[in-house]
Design a protein. Structure first.
Length: 366
């Protein structure tokens, strides 16, 4: 008998699933949902819709907005309320982001729902730690840690994120597991070209991106940045191009055309930059990434073998590394090929789906 499993997404995943079925996009952020074995798991999904006029969403909006502004991370309880029937009828619920998982934790703590939950945490511990100096931050930490005691399994997307979740949220270490993130290596693929374009590429919008360090490290190299972050005007020169809206197909071509990709990060304990780095690696491009506390599996992300590692906030280190890559294009291509092989063998959506499926089946059997 198959396990009835419901995936909860914040928003936009129906669109991504449609693009994938049309061959126009990847399934990176569906967390293996389309790849689960149908004879073992009967899967369904639900998501929020910010354009909806549903009265339940409008009723919850003021409450959700206050929490989001106060804590710095969302609390979309309207999604749980709207999809209540699906949640209570499922054998297991997979929450793919803290914004969806926290309301479920509250409802389980209140004993309003009994469905076992797999909670994928992506930054909650870091946000709470950054607010530990305020009274509101300490109160929020206490409340959320109580809620999360009701969750059966908490998954994080990198080894470096496991300990902060355990310590910051007082969660039993036996209930915290690492789920290695993977990208769609059948969509993000290399494209053979005689010569790559002359731009260096950087992609990403999350708060951990450190574009000032990157822009202070470049000399005359042409840099393309794809981000919705507000970058200070004094850092933008004629050799820097910034854009933000691209289709998946356009982004793939931009990856493919880059000399190499730089993922500059602040020193956070989350695996920030993971999806961008792995997408670029799947496209056969060498990646320079900051060696943060949250770097996933350093035993595989090896300097000058599968990527290039630089120190957090170290402008000179990044400048020297960029210059080295520009001067050694043959090595760059070799590292890019190694990176592609690593994604194929370890950091792909098939591996992620297989690992998550194991968690779902185990939890349903408990």
């Amino acid at each position: 008998m198959s396990v009835n499993c419901l995936f909860l997404f914040r928003r936009g995943r129906a669109h991504q699933l449609q693009k994938w079925t049309q061959g126009e996009g990847p399934i990176d952020f569906l967390y293996g949902f389309p790849l689960l074995e149908n004879d073992k798991i009967a899967s369904d999904f639900a998501e929020g819709d910010d354009r909806s006029n549903d009265w339940r969403r409008r009723l919850c909006y003021p409450f959700e907005s206050i929490i989001s502004r106060t804590v710095g991370i969302g609390f979309s309880i309207h999604i749980a309320i709207i999809h209540w029937s699906k949640i209570v009828k499922s054998d297991v619920v997979v929450s793919t982001v803290d914004t969806c998982g926290l309301p479920l934790a509250l409802l389980k703590w209140l004993k309003l729902i009994k469905t076992p939950v797999i909670y994928i945490s992506q930054g909650l511990a870091h946000r709470l730690h950054s607010r530990r100096g305020s009274l509101i931050g300490r109160v929020t930490k206490y409340i959320y840690s109580r809620f999360l005691q009701s969750i059966e399994r908490v998954l994080v997307l990198g080894e470096g994120a496991a300990l902060p979740v355990i310590e910051e949220l007082d969660i039993n270490s036996d209930d915290v597991f690492v789920l290695q993130f993977g990208v769609d290596d059948q969509f993000w693929t290399p494209h053979l070209v005689e010569k790559h374009d002359e731009y260096i590429l950087s992609v990403g919008t999350d708060a951990a991106r450190d574009y000032p360090t990157l822009l202070n490290a470049i000399d005359n190299q042409f840099v393309r940045i794809i981000s919705r972050q507000r970058i200070p005007d004094n850092l933008l020169a004629s050799n820097v191009q910034v854009s933000s809206e691209h289709s998946f197909l356009e982004l793939r071509n931009i990856y493919r055309g880059a000399r190499f990709v730089v993922v500059p990060l602040h020193d956070v304990d989350q695996p920030s930059g993971q999806s961008v780095a792995l997408q670029a690696m799947a496209c056969g491009r060498a990646v320079i990434i900051t060696c943060t506390q949250g770097l996933w599996e350093p035993q595989y992300m090896r300097h000058k073998e599968t990527c290039y590692l630089v120190n957090p906030g170290d402008v000179q280190n990044l400048r020297e590394t960029i210059s080295y890559l520009c001067a050694n294009p043959e090595e760059v291509e070799k590292v890019g090929a190694n990176a592609r092989e690593l994604v194929e063998s370890r950091y792909n959506v098939r591996s992620l789906a297989s690992d998550l499926q194991r968690h779902i089946i185990e939890l349903a059997a408990e």
